[in-house]
Design a protein around this ligand. Structure first.
Ligand SMILES: *Cc1c(COP(=O)(O)O)cnc(C)c1O
Length: 415
C-alpha cells in the first residue's frame, strides 16, 4: 500500500462528494468523530437563522409558526430512518444518561409487573460508565441488583432472575460490536427485556431495531450524528411498550395536552411521553443539520455504503499501524462483523503522551484510561489518504520519541 494507492481509492470512492458537507479545518486529520462529530457547513447558517429570524424577529410565535414545538418528533423521525425505527416512535430529548434513566425505569416496571422474581439488571463490565452509574442508582432505588459480566459470558448469565439486559451496541473503548439480534433473542428466551445504547452506532453502523426485536433504545446526538457539543440525545421505545408505563420524569412536554394546564398528569400516547421539559430549540436545529449530513448518504448507497467504507478505513488503519508500530497492541476486533467504526490500540505506559504528540501534528484521536489510543472513523468525511497519513504520523511519533516532551505529559481534564 502506497500513498498513491490510497489516493486511487479516494478517486474511486462513491461517498467522496459527502465530505464537502463539512467545515473541516485545514491541516487536521480528524479521527474523533466518535466523540464529537465535525461541524457541518449548513449548521452555522441554520442556527443563525433560528436566532435572528425565528427567535429575534418572530419571538414566541415561532413555537407554532416555525414548528419549534414538534422539533423533538421531527428530528426524531429523521434519526428513526438510521436505526430501523418507524416514524412517530423516536424522540430527541435530554441527554443519553437521562434517557437511559427513563427507559430503564420503564423496563423495570414492566418486568416487575410480569414477575416478582426478576430482580437483576444484566450489563457488560466494560460498558460506558454513565450507563452503569445510572443502572446502579436505579437498582438501589428500585430494589434491583446490577450484575456485570464480560461480553462472552452474557448469554450464559441470562437466567430467570434477569429483568433487563442493558447493553451498548458498540463498546466505546474496544470498538467491539455485539450481535444485537442474537442477544435480544437470547434475552427474550430467558424472559428478559433488551435495552440498547446506540451511542457509537447511530450514523456509524447499520442498526435495525425492529428486525432485532429490541425493546428500548437510547443514543447520542453529538457523536456520529454531528449534532454539536452537548447535542440532545434520542430515545426509542417499542410501540408494544410505549403506552404501558409512565416514565419517571413526567414533565409537561410528555403530557397528553400540556397547554390545558391541568393539575393531574395524563401521559401522551406513544413515545412523546418520554419528553420531559421544553425542547432546546437551538441545539435541536444544529442536530437536525448533523442528521441531514448522514441522511445525505442515501443518494450514494446509504448506510450499506457507509458501512462498507467504514470497514475499509478501519481495516486499512489497523493493518498499517500493526505493520509499522510493533510497540502497540491492537485491541479492536479483526473480524469485520465484530467491529464498529473505530480502531483502538493499547500501550501500557505511553498512550496518553503519544496521543498528545499526535494531536500536535494535527491527527486528532483520543485517549481512554488506562491505556487506550482510540481512533474513530467517520466515512462521511474521511479519505483513505487521511488514514494513510495518520498511520505515518503515529509511526513517526513513536520512532522520534517526541511524545517524551513535557507538554505532552501534562494531563488535561478531558482526555
Ligand atoms: C457518549 C456516551 C454516552 C454519553 O452520555 P451523555 O449523557 O450524553 O453524557 C452515554 N453512553 C454511551 C455508551 C456513550 O458512548
Amino acid at each position: 500500500m502506497t500513498r498513491d494507492d490510497a489516493l486511487a481509492l479516494d478517486a474511486a470512492d462513491p461517498l467522496a462528494p459527502l465530505r464537502d458537507q463539512f467545515a473541516l479545518p485545514d491541516g487536521v486529520i480528524y479521527l474523533d468523530g466518535n466523540s464529537l462529530g465535525v461541524l457541518p457547513k449548513a449548521t452555522a447558517a441554520r442556527v443563525q437563522q433560528v436566532v435572528t429570524e425565528e427567535w429575534g424577529r418572530d419571538l414566541i410565535r415561532s413555537w407554532n409558526t416555525a414548528g419549534w414545538i414538534t422539533l423533538p418528533q421531527r428530528v426524531g423521525d429523521k434519526i428513526a430512518l438510521l436505526v430501523g425505527a418507524r416514524a412517530g416512535e423516536l424522540v430527541v430529548a435530554d441527554s443519553t444518561s437521562v434517557n437511559l434513566f427513563k427507559v430503564l425505569s420503564a423496563a423495570l416496571s414492566i418486568a416487575q409487573e410480569e414477575s416478582a422474581q426478576r430482580r437483576v439488571i444484566l450489563s457488560e463490565r466494560s460498558n460506558f460508565p454513565t450507563d452503569l452509574y445510572i443502572a446502579e442508582a436505579l437498582a438501589r432505588e428500585r430494589g434491583f441488583e446490577l450484575v456485570l459480566a464480560d461480553a462472552d459470558e452474557i448469554p450464559a448469565r441470562l437466567d430467570h432472575r434477569v429483568a433487563v439486559l442493558m447493553l451498548t451496541h458498540v463498546n466505546y473503548r474496544s470498538g467491539r460490536m455485539h450481535d444485537m439480534a442474537a442477544l435480544t433473542h437470547a434475552a427474550h428466551e430467558a424472559g428478559a427485556l433488551a435495552l440498547w445504547d446506540l451511542a457509537h452506532s447511530a450514523g456509524a453502523v447499520p442498526v435495525d431495531l425492529h428486525a432485532a426485536r429490541a425493546d428500548f433504545a437510547v443514543g447520542c446526538g453529538y457523536k456520529y450524528l454531528n449534532g454539536g457539543p452537548g447535542a440532545p440525545a434520542f430515545v426509542w421505545v417499542h410501540p408494544d411498550h410505549s403506552d404501558r408505563f409512565w416514565q419517571p420524569l413526567a414533565g409537561w412536554m410528555g403530557h397528553a395536552s400540556p397547554f390545558e394546564f391541568t393539575p393531574g398528569y395524563r401521559p401522551a400516547a406513544g413515545i412523546s411521553r418520554y419528553l420531559a421539559g421544553t425542547p432546546p430549540v437551538l441545539p435541536l436545529a444544529a442536530l437536525e443539520c448533523g442528521v441531514d449530513t448522514v441522511l445525505a448518504a442515501e443518494a450514494h448507497g446509504g448506510m450499506a455504503a457507509l458501512r462498507a467504507k467504514s470497514l475499509a478505513l478501519t481495516r486499512l488503519f489497523a493493518e498499517l499501524v500493526e505493520a509499522r508500530c510493533p510497540q502497540l497492541t491492537r485491541v479492536s476486533p479483526r473480524d469485520d462483523a465484530l467491529r464498529g467504526s473505530q480502531v483502538c490500540f493499547a500501550h501500557p505506559e505511553i498512550g496518553y503522551p503519544v496521543m498528545q504528540a499526535l494531536i500536535a501534528r494535527g491527527v486528532i484521536g483520543d485517549f481512554r484510561a488506562p491505556d487506550i489510543l482510540r481512533f474513530g472513523f467517520t466515512p462521511l468525511y474521511l479519505r483513505f489518504v487521511d488514514v494513510f497519513d495518520a498511520a505515518g504520523h503515529l509511526q513517526q511519533v513513536l520512532a522520534s520519541g517526541e511524545w517524551r516532551r513535557p507538554e505532552f505529559n501534562q494531563r488535561s481534564a478531558v482526555t
